[in-house]
Ligand binder design. Structure first.
Ligand SMILES: C[S@@+](CC[C@H](N)C(=O)[O-])C[C@H]1O[C@@H](n2cnc3c(N)ncnc32)[C@H](O)[C@@H]1O
Length: 271
């Protein structure tokens, strides 16, 4: 009898699963033995510096900040374009108040910083440039009142209780409230089969909806046109990182996704 390798056994197992689940399992399996991911040597030591990382590294005294080190590159990648502008930023989860100071330093004096925490003592971190709200992020009524007081948000950072229900309610209540062009970042999404991650994967799937794909729409240009759903019109990207996710909104609605053909020579089997 022929010996079946790991790939063969996996193939046989997968064939029995429904198609969607099968590709999910296969994707996870790809990562399990991924020695190629380490090719080029494991990265040791410091990533390139940015002002947030420097602020954090230099914080030896004063109000505490507690962040995963790899978040600083993520922040800088998605937040840099807001620096020096009148950005309206909310961080959920204040704890010792140091991160609010870090945001104020990074974004500059025009920034409007808001903090939310369930602990009443966090009200003491309020200052002329920082407004603090006390409430439970899992309480939809709290967000209703919050939205009345803070009509504009460009950036939301959820670093609060980190439970699935809290993360989900907060996203549902605040993502529609974030301005076009704004950014929603959720921290501390931990563990395989995390429910909030699954929720985000469901959202990400909706970026791929293809409805009424129109080929060669009759204006002499050869292209495919896909009119977008309201979700695709509003959301530009969903980026997944270790323990974090970032959702970016389009600056203006994208009403169609197009795939034009440029060039004059095509393979004979293509029109
Ligand atoms: C990880 S700490 C925040 C750390 C801080 N952002 C920093 O970078 O140093 C989490 C904070 O979330 C707050 N928190 C926990 N559950 C909450 C809830 N349901 N609603 C609002 N805040 C909550 C806690 O009181 C705590 O201050």
């Amino acid at each position: 009898m022929m010996h079946r390798g790991r790939a063969g056994r996996l193939g046989a197992r997968l064939a029995k699963l429904p198609r969607l689940l099968r590709s999910n399992v296969a994707g996870r399996e790809l990562t399990r033995h991924a020695r190629w991911a380490l090719q080029g040597g494991a990265q040791q030591g410091a990533a390139p510096s940015n002002r947030l990382r420097t602020f954090f590294s230099e914080r030896r005294e004063g109000r505490g900040i507690w962040k995963w080190s790899h978040y600083f590159e993520i922040y800088d990648r998605h937040f840099n374009r807001f620096r020096g502008r009148e950005v309206h930023l909310l961080e959920i989860g204040i704890f010792s108040g140091g991160s609010l100071e870090m945001w104020a330093d990074y974004f500059g004096p025009a920034a409007r910083i808001y903090g939310v925490d369930i602990e009443g003592a966090c009200k003491s971190y309020e200052s002329p440039s920082v407004k603090v709200f006390i409430g439970d992020q899992a309480d939809r009524g709290f967000w209703q009142a919050f939205r009345r007081e803070v009509p504009t948000l460009d950036i939301v950072i959820d670093d609060g209780g980190h439970r699935f229900d809290q993360q989900m309610v907060t996203l549902e209540e605040l993502l529609p409230h974030v301005r076009p062009g704004g950014v929603y970042l959720c921290e501390d999404i931990h563990g395989e089969h995390n429910q909030f991650a699954a929720y985000l994967h469901g959202m990400a799937d909706m970026l791929n909806v293809c409805q009424e794909l129109v080929a060669n729409p009759g204006d002499n240009e050869r292209r495919l046109v896909n009119p977008t759903t309201p979700f695709q019109a509003a959301i530009g990207s969903i980026s997944l990182y270790p323990f974090a996710a970032v959702i970016e909104k389009n600056a203006s609605p994208i009403l169609e996704l197009v795939a034009p053909k440029h060039g004059s020579r095509w393979e004979p089997f293509l029109e």
